[in-house]
Design a binder for this molecule. Structure first.
Ligand code: RI2
Length: 331
């Protein structure tokens, strides 16, 4: 069977997510929902069945780009579940409505979460950040708006140095920033009041999947007695983990770790580049969501409330993009 026609914007958004031009779990979710809306608006489908098939195929193409950030399937599911109607026009309108209410909720969730996270920060506090998370930055931003003096020790976060984005955004809010290399983190943990990170996925047992290096940071923080706070909207909750599924950890290109010419100079080596790691719940003090703050062990209650006992997969079967994946792409 021929694959349904995809709007070029869907391919572009998929490409941008895959290459990390679009990154950060919340931003990925936003871009994916918008791409589905574009597919709906520009669809030439003549029958409701053809329209539905196109939207599902678009969702599948977007889904195949990054395996770990659960906000991506959660965003796609949100829109697909609300696709409803007997005509193409009605279906199109339902996708548009779902896309726009999803994006509104996303914005509101980050504001509400920022408020709750900010309440945990006191005047004069210093936080240590890892990578770049819009959810984590929202907490600091709100604290600053509340008139609190907050400063930050920002880990650069190898290999892609997304800590630089955090540093830039915090400086734009006039927050004093000390940038450190990742290996200096333990040295500074005694000088900070909180470790504040985001999440790409949260499992039913409260484990936090976040940028590689988070778990080591959390272990060191525990040893130093520094509380670890995870800022994560509920779209980061991974419903499949309630039924025993594990979270795939994305392995990224080796060239992010070492330039090909440096590698050639060294000689025969294996390079591994996992993008994320798993922090066990015992090393996390609080997960801050737009629905309140939770001890990690109790997050499953919120998951059941939001997702029931599980999910179904509303997208089409694997596309060519998925079929072409090399086995070594999988963790
Ligand atoms: P927000 C990022 O992953 C980081 O791991 C960050 O903590 C997480 O997404 C959440 O980001 P990547 O996309 O959704 O840079 O809070 O690989 O913006």
């Amino acid at each position: 069977m021929d694959e349904p026609p995809l709007h070029p914007r869907v391919e572009t958004v998929a490409e941008e997510i895959e290459t990390m031009e679009t990154r950060g779990a919340a931003t990925i979710a936003d871009a994916a929902a918008s791409a589905l809306v574009t597919q709906a608006e520009e669809s030439q489908a003549e029958t409701p069945a053809a329209f539905r098939e196109e939207i599902r195929a678009a969702a599948r193409t977007l889904l195949d780009t990054r395996p770990t950030a659960v906000s991506l399937p959660n965003a796609l599911r949100y829109v697909l579940r609300r696709m409803d109607g007997e005509s193409v026009a009605a279906l199109r309108a339902s996708v548009e409505r779902a896309g726009s209410s999803f994006r509104d909720q996303l914005d509101r969730a980050q504001d509400d979460l920022g408020e709750i996270g900010a309440n945990r920060l006191r005047d004069g506090d210093r936080v240590m950040t890892h990578c770049h998370s819009t959810d984590a930055v929202a907490c600091i931003q709100r604290a600053v708006q509340q008139g609190k003096d907050v400063s930050a020790v920002v880990k650069e976060t190898r290999p892609r140095k997304q800590g630089h984005i955090t540093a830039r955004e915090l400086r734009a809010m006039d927050v004093p920033v000390t940038l450190i290399v990742d290996s200096a983190a333990r040295r500074y943990l005694g000088d900070v009041d909180h470790v504040l990170v985001g999440a790409d996925a949260i499992a039913a047992d409260g484990s936090v999947v976040n940028k590689i290096g988070t778990s080591g940071l959390a272990v060191n923080a525990r040893e130093r007695g520094t509380p670890v706070m995870v800022a994560a909207q509920t779209i980061k909750l991974h419903p499949d983990t309630m039924t025993g599924h594990t979270v795939d950890i994305e392995m990224r290109d080796e060239s992010e770790v070492i330039a090909p010419e440096d590698r050639a100079e060294i000689g025969e080596i294996t390079v591994a580049n996992p993008a994320f790691d798993v922090t066990p719940p015992r090393h996390v003090d609080a997960i801050v969501t737009e629905r309140g703050q939770f001890p990690p062990e109790s997050v499953v209650t919120l998951m059941r409330e939001l997702f029931g006992e599980g999910t179904h997969e509303p997208w089409l079967e694997p596309t060519t993009r998925e079929a072409n994946r090399r086995p070594e792409d999988d963790a």
